[in-house]
Structures are given as C-alpha cells and as structure tokens.
Design a protein around this ligand. Structure first.
Ligand code: C5P
Length: 228
C-alpha cells in the first residue's frame, strides 16, 4: 500500500514547504488536485520535480467530458510527465476507451484511475444523483473500467475489498477519505482508518487534511509510512 500526500493547502508556498520537509522520501506519491493546479498550474509540477525528481506525481483532475475532449486532455496531461491521472467512470465506456487508446501512443504513460462514487457521497446523496444503490453501482463502474483497460478505480475502503475479489488483485484501488488514526472526517462520508485500508487491500491511500492540519505534518507522514 502506498501513501499519496494531497497538496491541498491554501498557497503554493505552504504546499512546497510541506514537500520540502519530506524531500528525502524517494518515490513518495504527491497528489496535485484541482485547487492547487488551478492556482499554480504546470509550474507547480516542475517545482515538485525540482524538490525530488523521484517523487511520483498524481494529477487528480477527474476528467469528465465527451470522448474526444477526454482523449485530447489525457494526451496533454501525459505530456506533463505525471505518473497517475483520474477520470470519471460515469463519463462512460467510449470516453474511457478513448483515453486508454490515446495513451498507448505515448511513452511512459501515467496510470489511469476511474472515479466511481466520490467518498463524499453517502447512500442517500448518491441515490439522489444516480437512482441506484451505491455499492452495486461502484462495482458496475469498476467492471466497466476494467473492460476498458483502465488500471484501477478510486473508491472507498468499503468497496475496495469486493472489487479486488470480483475483478482481480491486479486491478488497482485508490482510496481517499483516509483518517489514519480516526481523525475528524470533515466533508467525507465513507472514511476508513489505516487498518481498514489495509484490510480492504487498497493499493494507494490518499491523505490530505490529517497530514497538513496535523501539529507536525512530517511526523504524521512518518507515522503513516511506518504503519504501511
Ligand atoms: O483532506 P482529505 O484527506 O479528505 O483529502 C482527500 C483528497 O482526495 C482531496 O484532495 C480530494 O479531492 C481527493 N478525492 C476524494 N474523493 C475522491 C477522489 C479524490 O476525496 N473520490
């Protein structure tokens, strides 16, 4: 199981200061999401690489558009030299196929992960949008993503174990909403501790607020890495 540290801080300086404190951690996964990418753009990716060229960059832009636009965007993102990207499974089979196809042409393409149900959804909120059960639909999304040769899915720990059992151990799961030692959940509904993530056989965990809001973020990262 690998840790992705979410760089969701309110300023570029704060994100970079957090990373500087972790600079000796080769191969640490660093997640750049919408907030930081909209504010700091491609320059931020270069700064991350400058701190440690061995950091793995997860650019979490959650693509959702028509197939041609998704393919074009995925190609552009891949050129940025990142190691993992996300799209929404609900963008559909054609869009996922298009992205996978386009990335085949690119050397060292990033892993592609399909978002199933956002971890901020509970059963009621999910039903309001999709008119179907959350667990069932997450599994359906995962099956469809697998058929499109996407590398894995973003889901909660509640679904990760079933996905591994039904789709296969090699199909990756990435689980956000991790509250390593039971910290406050904030807007996340389907949260899990580190222990639960391990039981759920999650390949990647994403941790944001429990790290950057900790008294000592570096110590928190080290504590998490020790548990993995
Ligand atoms: O602060 P917290 O640990 O809740 O941050 C979780 C991170 O994972 C955020 O950057 C959020 O955008 C991202 N994420 C998520 N749920 C998904 C996909 C990504 O919470 N389904």
């Amino acid at each position: 199981m690998k840790l992705c540290v979410a760089l969701d801080l309110p300023s570029e300086q704060q994100n970079l200061a957090l990373l500087e404190s972790l600079k000796e951690k080769d191969y640490l996964w660093v997640k750049v999401g919408l907030r930081s990418f909209i504010r700091d753009g491609v320059k931020l990716l270069e700064q991350i690489k400058a701190i440690n060229p061995l950091f793995r960059i997860f650019l979490d832009l959650k693509l959702y558009d028509i197939p041609n636009t998704m393919g074009d965007s995925a190609e552009e993102i891949a050129k940025l030299g990142v190691h993992m990207i996300t799209l929404h499974a609900s963008s559909g089979r054609e869009a996922m196929n298009e992205v996978v196809q386009r990335l085949k042409e690119i050397p060292n393409p990033p892993l592609v992960m399909a978002v199933t149900a956002l971890t901020s959804f509970d059963e009621k909120g999910f039903f309001e949008v999709y008119h179907t059960g959350l667990q069932t639909q997450v599994l359906e999304f995962a099956k469809m993503a697998k058929e499109c040769n996407v590398n894995g899915v973003v889901c909660s720990c509640e679904e990760s174990k079933t996905i591994k059992e039904q789709i296969g151990e090699n199909f990756l799961t990435l689980t956000p909403a991790i509250r390593p030692f039971g910290e406050s959940s904030g807007d996340q509904k389907r949260v899990a501790t580190l222990e639960e993530a391990k039981e759920a056989k999650s390949d990647f965990i994403v941790v944001g607020r429990p790290i950057y809001k900790a008294q000592n973020p570096k110590a928190m990262v080290e504590q998490i890495l020790k548990e993995l």
